[in-house]
Design a protein around this ligand. Structure first.
Ligand SMILES: [Zn+2]
Length: 420
């Protein structure tokens, strides 16, 4: 069975259905022959297209065995449940998951001083998903009711490592108390890992990023040092109150991987930084099967802080950023890298292609479909220039800098548990 957004008709009240994977396309840099129409035709939400039959069986099992509605029951953790994190610090902990017929579960105690929490459930390269995540009186995730991840603010569905970050908008900070998590895998199991990244101090710190050159990838007319400098400059321009540290690394590999598939999953997990919170940006020459795709994030959010996971890093391609003279437009490429990092840390597109779907934040401008003045079916950055066309997280690149972030977009990045 193929899962696409088309199975669930989008309505004007649904938002951003592209939770899991972003294929950022763009105009060619200035003066390149416009290929926008072709690009967006292919940029339909991909979601997570394939769910193995085994997991569908698992879903059916769980639907059958699901009984009470825990959101209506008092939820208390057993005395053995761990209190997550350390007061005043940002930490990473790992807990074993043992999958049975109805998935795996874990109970965690959220302390009063928690400011942000990231959960990553992984089972090798298999698809995993959070089936439910709930607290007393609040069901944050319910894949039974929302299998395609259409519900704000998490838009959660299957990925190669299921990932969630709290908060995801103004109204999704976790409360003190017991947090119960149920995880599904489409793999054989029986064991996986729940990674818990806990922030128990105020926002801010240093975001550490590695530009990872894949194989013989080249930046014609520029350099990795310049790209690193420009990437830091993009974040500085957003007003983000976080230090940015960009280093350069390399891994062997095919500079022209496909956009999806097992080889690409292995590439995404191939870089193992000395410090697990460093986020890899794999710099490839191009996607062999999507020549106009600028970059792809590992998820919204990805498996941050979990090197080796298939959604641990973002991919950014050089060749679709070349100008008519064959030199890389490093300013736009740095924006693409920053845009994908934004997804990786949990930011959605402020406006999606058709102008119907928007991010779950209340303080980002939204560009409506009525702005599609040229009638091509999508809203361009230029058509939305006085709204969110200049936002770093607008759905498509434009002919002007896109380096704006709203206060809440900045706050979510600064709260990330990989910012330390
Ligand atoms: Zn994007």
């Amino acid at each position: 069975m193929v899962r696409t957004a088309a199975l669930v008709p989008l309505t004007s009240t649904s938002t951003t259905p592209t939770a899991a994977i972003d294929h950022r396309r763009g105009r060619r840099p200035r003066a390149w022959p416009q290929t926008l129409g072709e690009d967006v035709g292919e940029r339909a939400p991909r979601g997570l297209p394939h769910v193995a039959a085994s997991s569908l069986g698992l879903l059916a099992l769980c639907v059958a065995c699901g009984g009470s509605s825990p959101s209506e029951d008092p939820l208390s953790c057993p005395p053995s449940a761990p209190i997550v994190g350390v007061a005043g610090e940002v930490t990473t902990e790992a807990f074993p998951l043992t999958f049975g017929a109805d998935g795996a579960s874990a109970e965690l105690v959220v302390p009063e001083d928690l400011t942000a929490l990231a959960l990553v459930a992984e089972d090798g390269l298999e698809y995993t998903a959070f089936w439910t995540v709930q607290q007393d009186g609040r069901r944050w995730i319910d894949l039974d009711a929302d299998p395609d991840g259409l519900d704000a603010p998490f838009f959660h569905t299957w990925n190669h490592a299921a990932s969630l970050t709290f908060p995801s908008n103004e109204a999704s900070a976790l409360a003190r108390g017991c947090l119960r998590v149920e995880v599904l895998t489409d793999g054989p199991g029986p064991s996986g890992t729940l990674h818990v990244l806990t922030r128990r101090r105020a926002e801010g710190g240093t975001m550490r990023v590695d530009l990872v050159r894949v194989g013989a990838t080249e930046l014609p007319g520029s350099s990795f040092d310049t790209l690193a400098t420009e990437l830091a400059a993009v974040f500085e321009a957003t007003g983000l109150a976080v230090s940015i540290e960009v280093s350069i690394a390399a891994v062997p590999g095919d500079p022209f991987p496909p956009a999806e598939g097992e080889a690409t999953l292995r590439l995404r997990g191939s870089y193992r930084p000395a410090d697990a919170v460093r986020i890899p940006i794999y710099v490839i020459q191009g996607f062999v099967d999507e020549l106009d795709t600028l970059g792809i994030a590992g998820g919204i959010p990805g498996a941050n802080g979990v090197p080796g996971a298939a959604s641990a890093g973002v991919l950014v391609a050089v060749d679709p950023h070349l100008d008519e003279e064959g030199r890389v437009d490093v300013l736009t490429m740095a924006e693409t890298a920053a845009h994908e990092l934004g997804h990786q840390l949990g930011l959605f597109h402020t406006t999606e292609a058709e102008g119907l779907d928007h991010d779950p934040l209340g303080d980002t401008a939204e560009c409506p479909a009525s702005r599609d003045t040229d009638g091509d079916g999508v809203v361009s950055a230029e058509e939305c220039a006085d709204l969110d066309g200049g936002n770093l997280m607008f759905w498509i690149s434009g002919s002007f800098p896109q380096r704006e972030l709203s206060p809440w977009q900045r706050r979510l990045l600064a709260l990330s548990p990989v910012v330390r």
